[in-house]
Design a protein around this ligand. Structure first.
Ligand SMILES: Nc1ncnc2c1ncn2[C@@H]1O[C@H](COP(=O)(O)OP(=O)(O)O)[C@@H](O)[C@H]1O
Ligand SMILES: [Mg+2]
Length: 248
């Protein structure tokens, strides 16, 4: 089995600060992986390096064996890496349904607003996505009226609509209630098993990571600190020390 994503000695410096420090990360096809680490340890910067937002100071990123280091963001997106940001990038005034429609037409370089209302193939796919993210009942509601958690799910739906091979989620549960967080963990597990998409999730909350029950890479001060199962991570004294004050 070839790996889908591989970073080799990936490094990013901002002046004197090394935000990402010689990170070697290998993701197998179909894997669900969590990147866990305290605030400021370089998680979002790692995503910015993978998606081409930042050019690394040193090191490489390979996607399906191809060196994508330094390629522009839109090319990397088109190659099949989809990303959800910490702040949802949804269109407030469009309905939930139309938010999911946007990626379909954007990818075909067609305008959303000059399409006939119904195109059955696409509409069926949109409804299936809405079902997955539990927003069927709110399909015709302008997205601005959604609860915080629902907005996050909508954006996950928008990323899924593009059928990425790798989906990157940056703190998808930030600001969510306990119930929303649980539901998000369930959603991510479902997507992983049903859609056969490789997923890399950033999280700083070890409780959420337990719900996902996937392989975990702990990042600390920009470097890979430990890798293993939830049990491995949770029972590790040095990881506990990083997370002092947080419940496991
Ligand atoms: N564009 C930037 N310019 C300068 N410093 C940055 C920039 N982006 C991130 N950093 C710094 O890099 C470190 C890692 O940040 P970040 O990757 O956002 O951490 P995390 O997502 O783990 O909270 C932090 O110290 C942050 O201040
Ligand atoms: Mg971050």
């Amino acid at each position: 089995m070839g790996s889908l994503l591989e970073t080799k000695s990936l490094t990013k410096k901002f002046g004197g600060l090394t935000a990402v420090d010689h990170v070697n990360l290998t993701l197998e096809k179909g894997e669900l992986r969590c990147i866990l680490g305290p605030n400021g340890c370089g998680k979002s910067t790692l995503f910015n390096l993978i998606t081409g937002v930042y050019t690394p100071t040193a090191g490489h990123v390979f996607f399906e064996g191809e060196d994508i280091t330094g390629k522009p963001v839109h090319i990397i997106g088109r190659m099949g890496i989809g990303r959800k940001f910490q702040v949802p990038g949804i269109f407030d005034q469009l309905t939930v349904f139309d938010n999911i429609r946007v990626p379909f037409f954007r990818d075909q370089r067609r305008s959303l607003f000059f399409q006939p209302r119904r195109e059955s193939g696409i509409d069926d796919r949109i409804m299936a996505l809405l079902e997955k993210i539990s927003l069927v009942d709110k399909a015709n509601l302008p997205a601005v009226h959604l609860a915080h958690g629902e907005k996050q799910w909508l954006e996950i739906g928008m990323v899924l609509a593009r059928r990425p091979r790798l989906m990157l989620l940056d703190e998808p549960t930030a600001g969510m209630t306990v119930t929303e967080t649980r539901k998000t963990a369930q959603l991510i597990r479902d997507i992983s098993s049903e859609e056969k998409i490789t997923i890399l999730v950033i999280e700083h909350d070890i409780g959420f990571v337990r719900e996902i029950a996937s392989r975990i890479t702990v990042l600390y001060k920009g470097a890979v600190f430990k890798e293993g199962s939830y049990e491995d991570i949770q029972s590790d004294e040095s990881v506990r020390r990083i997370y002092l004050g947080r419940s496991g």
